[in-house]
Design a protein around this ligand. Structure first.
Ligand SMILES: Cc1cc2nc3c(=O)[nH]c(=O)nc-3n(C[C@H](O)[C@H](O)[C@H](O)COP(=O)(O)OP(=O)(O)OC[C@H]3O[C@@H](n4cnc5c(N)ncnc54)[C@H](O)[C@@H]3O)c2cc1C
Ligand SMILES: *[C@@H]1O[C@H](CO)[C@@H](O)[C@H](O)[C@H]1NC(C)=O
Ligand SMILES: *[C@@H]1O[C@H](CO)[C@@H](O)[C@H](O)[C@H]1NC(C)=O
Ligand SMILES: *[C@@H]1O[C@H](CO)[C@@H](O)[C@H](O)[C@H]1NC(C)=O
Ligand SMILES: *[C@@H]1O[C@H](CO)[C@@H](O)[C@H](O)[C@H]1NC(C)=O
Ligand SMILES: *[C@@H]1O[C@H](CO)[C@@H](O)[C@H](O)[C@H]1NC(C)=O
Ligand SMILES: *[C@@H]1O[C@H](CO)[C@@H](O)[C@H](O)[C@H]1NC(C)=O
Ligand SMILES: *[C@@H]1O[C@H](CO)[C@@H](O)[C@H](O)[C@H]1NC(C)=O
Ligand SMILES: *[C@@H]1O[C@H](CO)[C@@H](O)[C@H](O)[C@H]1NC(C)=O
Ligand SMILES: *[C@@H]1O[C@H](CO)[C@@H](O)[C@H](O)[C@H]1NC(C)=O
Length: 654
């Protein structure tokens, strides 16, 4: 069989007239949440050419598992060993923990749990306050319009079923991403909002800036057919007639190249390869290279390209283009721990889909027939709650004392991190204090509560899970290359629960969940606690159990933080990488602090905002050097393709 490259060359000859390109105005690395949103917006200007380089394929082979909401929970696409998973692992809490990230067009939005959540105005204002004299406004007021721009919101058909309220002014209705509510409602989900209300939590629509309370969250579902709306369907597919946008699939960027002839290194293009040890190709950038490779891929690519902590680069004999100590540092993640309960009388839960294949097949058929309100396959998990520190501890004296200790412990916590670089220390102190302020004085959640219909405890009864997840962790980790081979994953040091305060807050979250389970009306469905179970009571017992059961909520962030350079920052408020020209980062890795949210929503909005920043002030074009560059052109659309792609195959006519 001819190789893909050879085959493509043949195609090129056959279609000699097709567009051939070796240089683009913008090259975007990574076709995920941020990358595709940015590509769609930048290519609105037909005079500017845009290429997206994506390591994964178009996902066609797993499309049903992408599109049907419940299949995400039953047959995940980014699971260990799967070809659409990057295979990232971290050694933390005494175990190897999987860090799912999708290697697929659409990135992690193709595989995620569909929650569309916004953080609070307090948190965005706190983000902005880290950036004195910023030329861009990252406060709530500067960010909120882009959250609206992302979405096309549809209110629930019957909000009274779940007690959902809608703040009409807090939603966009002309954006590309469908945001709505599933048409099927589990019995436990129907009781969630009233239970939250009985605990004293706010249940009104949280998306206008007051993100706390307990409610049914909107999800990225197309209300017309119940399918997932994600970066590919929402942002990319509608651009399929644009000849100025090209997406290269199965192509992993291995290096950003620089022109170092001037005083500041200028990004000149991107090297990429289709497999480890495979041939390396190059495309040239006229204006900018924009990295949207996500929280692990972005710092890895920067380090491989000579942008990062000099000592690290030296240890791998990588020529330093820019010594930026912050690249890969400041990692933080929401740590989660799941508890489970059995339900009375085999109350319907997602377990039925797990336990009974015949039933699952029937439910899938109903979904495909459009009987969405009859099918469990329509419904992702969607009951959540954000609980403040003072509500968790339920003792104002104790809360005040805890906050005081948090402040007093900062120096030792920061020193414990072992940073040898003063700017990293200063950045940790800055974000640590800002997060203490956020938690101390507001209703912003220290813990998120999540209701899951997929407990799967045993075959006898049906169950639910409820999870507690730390939202403003004080622990920090890192992402560092361990090889000069781009196909060897970086080392992820998560440092989960590395501070006393993180342990204590998460433990309080576990206790709070037990309170939820015993609060009506949800309590009426619950038979007994299965995990951790009644034997686990003391703080020590809870901690031991958390150590064995905690893991990621899939919200890693901050590995290329937007912070001042003297605070270990990697990008400035215009998302430009410090000490370089023509290079930006646009993805979840720039978020500098914990946000009480799931990170897809904020990441889409970062990309929307970035597009306006770049359109208003693009880096002036350079003259590309195309003599060694590969030619790239759109492919023939695949016959079987549900969604004709813009372009999918690279043609190498070297
Ligand atoms: C299992 C799971 C569940 C989640 N659930 C939710 C949820 O319910 N709600 C929510 O809001 N968030 C959720 N998230 C998080 C959310 O999906 C991410 O925060 C968001 O997708 C991040 O966007 P991004 O653009 O930074 O990265 P991604 O969307 O991951 O995109 C990065 C892209 O870059 C590509 N790439 C990486 N390196 C290279 C390279 N060197 N060359 C070429 N391409 C490269 C990747 O293949 C990928 O396509 C979940 C995540 C996971 C993994
Ligand atoms: C928003 O979604 C609804 C439901 O699918 C659709 O009818 C409407 O056309 C969409 N609006 C836009 C601007 O795309
Ligand atoms: C509704 O949203 C607007 C912003 O669009 C916000 O100002 C207002 O406070 C919100 N109302 C409530 C009750 O949250
Ligand atoms: C399962 O359900 C049966 C019958 O309701 C009950 O007796 C039993 O305790 C339940 N088992 C578990 C593990 O919940
Ligand atoms: C469970 O089933 C029993 C027996 O049919 C019934 O008496 C009881 O009311 C049911 N409980 C709930 C919460 O539905
Ligand atoms: C499995 O589902 C089928 C179809 O709904 C149903 O007929 C059967 O009784 C179920 N089996 C069990 C063990 O519940
Ligand atoms: C509240 O916290 C204080 C300080 O830790 C403690 O002394 C007191 O006993 C607590 N009150 C209650 C009711 O638990
Ligand atoms: C502060 O540090 C002390 C000593 O290490 C520890 O016992 C305590 O739990 C810490 N408290 C907080 C809130 O960080
Ligand atoms: C880093 O690379 C070395 C040498 O290949 C290997 O022995 C080590 O296990 C790697 N470390 C991690 C954490 O993967
Ligand atoms: C252009 O690229 C070719 C191939 O990589 C290289 O040999 C040449 O030196 C470059 N020219 C300039 C002016 O940089």
């Amino acid at each position: 069989m001819p190789s893909k490259a050879a085959l493509s060359s043949v195609l090129l000859v056959a279609l000699g007239a097709a567009v051939v390109n070796k240089a683009f105005d913008f090259i975007i690395v990574g076709g995920g949440a941020a990358g595709l949103a940015l590509a769609a917006r930048l290519s609105e200007d037909s005079s500017r050419t845009v290429a997206v380089i994506e390591a994964g394929d178009d996902g066609q082979a797993v499309m049903e598992r992408i599109l049907v909401p419940a299949l995400t929970y039953l047959q995940g696409v980014a699971v260990p060993g799967a070809s659409h998973d990057w295979g990232y692992w971290t050694n933390s809490l005494g175990r190897w923990l999987h860090q799912p990230r999708a290697k697929i067009l659409g990135g992690s939005t193709a595989v995620n749990a569909l929650y569309m959540v916004r953080a609070s105005s307090v948190e965005h204002d706190s983000w902005a306050s880290l950036l004195p004299n910023a030329d861009q406004d990252w406060s709530w007021n500067g960010f909120y319009p882009y959250m609206l721009k992302t979405e096309n919101f549809t209110a629930p058909a019957d909000a009274s079923l779940t007690g959902t309220t809608v703040n009409e002014t807090a939603h966009g209705r002309s954006g590309p991403v469908h945001v709505s509510y599933p048409q099927y409602t589990y019995p436990s989900a129907a009781l969630w909002t009233p239970t939250m209300a009985n605990l004293g939590l706010k249940t009104s629509d949280p998306q206008g800036g007051e993100g706390w309370g307990g409610y049914i969250t909107p999800t990225t579902i197309n209300p017309d057919d119940g399918t997932r709306s994600y970066a590919k369907t929402a942002y990319l597919d509608p651009t399929k007639d644009r000849s100025n946008l090209i997406v290269l699939l199965n192509s992993q960027a291995t290096k950003i190249t620089f022109d170092t002839s001037g005083s500041v290194p200028r990004a000149s293009g991107v090297d990429f390869a289709q497999q480890s040890g495979g041939r390396t190709y190059h495309v040239e950038a006229k204006s900018e290279v924009i990295i949207s490779a996500g929280v692990f891929g972005t710092p890895q690519l920067l380090q491989l390209s000579g942008i990062g902590p000099k000592a690290l680069l030296d240890s791998f004999s990588i020529n330093t283009i820019a010594d930026l100590p912050g690249v890969g540092h400041h990692f933080q993640d929401h740590v989660l721990v799941p508890l489970s309960w059995s339900l009375v009388n085999r109350t319907v839960s997602g377990d039925l889909l797990v336990q009974n294949a015949t039933f699952a097949a029937e439910q899938l058929a109903l979904f495909h027939q459009g009987q969405l309100s009859q099918s469990l396959m329509s419904a992702p998990n969607n009951g959540i709650g954000y609980v403040s520190l003072k509500r968790l501890f339920d003792n104002d004296t104790y809360t005040a004392q805890f906050v005081q200790e948090l402040r007093a412990n900062m120096t030792s916590v920061v020193n414990n991190q072992g940073y040898t670089d003063d700017t990293l220390k200063a950045g940790y102190e800055l974000t640590y204090s800002s997060e203490v302020d956020t938690l101390a004085n507001t209703e912003v959640g220290a813990i998120e509560l999540l209701l899951s219909s997929f407990g799967s405890w045993n075959q006898v009864n049906t169950t639910i899970n409820m999870q507690a997840a730390l939202q403003h962790p004080f622990s920090r980790g890192s992402v560092m290359i361990n090889s000069t081979d781009p196909f060897v994953n970086p080392v992820i040091t998560a440092n989960y629960l590395n501070t006393d305060s993180d342990w204590e807050i998460l433990r309080a979250g576990v206790k709070y969940l037990r309170k939820v389970a015993s609060t009506q009306p949800l309590a009426s469905l619950i038979q007994e606690e299965l995990a951790p179970g009644p034997a686990v009571q003391t703080d020590k017992q809870i901690d031991d159990w958390m150590y064995l059961n905690a893991g990621t909520q899939y919200h890693p962030a901050s590995t290329s933080s937007m912070l001042p350079l003297d605070k270990g920052g990697v990008v400035d408020p215009s998302l430009k990488v410090y000490k370089t020209q023509g290079l930006r980062i646009v993805d979840g890795s720039v978020i500098p602090i914990g946000l009480c949210a799931h990170l897809m929503g904020p990441t889409y909005a970062i990309a929307e905002k970035a597009a306006d920043i770049i359109k208003a002030n693009p880096t002036p074009n350079r003259t590309p050097n195309i003599s060694g560059a590969a030619s790239v052109r759109p492919s023939v659309p695949m016959l079987s393709s549900l969604l004709a792609l813009v372009a999918s195959v690279i043609v190498f006519s070297l």
